[in-house]
Design a protein around this ligand. Sequence first.
Ligand code: IMP
Ligand code: MG
Length: 187
Amino acid sequence: MELHAPLIPALHDLEQVLLTEDQIARRVAELGEEISRDYEGRDLVLVSILKGGVIFLADLIRRIIIPHQIELVGASSYKGGTVPTPGVRITKDVDQNLSGRDVLLVEDVYDTGGTLHVIHDLLNLHRPASLEVCALLRKRKQHLQRLNVKYLGFEIDDSFVVGYGLDYKEHYRNLPCIGVLRPELYL
Ligand code: IMP
Ligand code: MG
């Protein structure tokens, strides 16, 4: 049985790799250490956003050495393409009350910030003891909402990327790296 990451044929669809599997793993480990230190002795709940955030969440929690719980919320803003559509739809709420708990919102990418802003407001209704944001990527652009990202993986240029949970029309989430698709593939 092959134990190394398999060579996925869809990797050939990338024009450029922005972040390699190793770069991502190293940064996720650093974030996990930092979060473990900061939340020691507190009642930590990581809340991630479906679907893109779950790959990051899965790797991140295995780098967190203190007790914690996870929750998932569903939000949909991109109707399967590369252009954001106005309005964010909540498709799934958290399963438990987060009142008085230390909530860390885990997101794959801070693009316009629309999704994070809506989920942030939703979670604030629970009256958590604290509410912070951890984003793997943030795009360099004029953000519409200026939400503070306490834990940031990488700052990237403002282009549409896929891999490591991020999709184009629901594909490419399984790529171990993050990259830009060849332009002819965007329909
Ligand atoms: P925002 O609301 O504009 O910040 O976008 C948030 C959501 O849009 C993310 O959670 C992603 O699901 C999706 N998204 C934004 N940028 C990209 C990208 O470059 N590739 C894939 N999905 C993206
Ligand atoms: Mg998406």
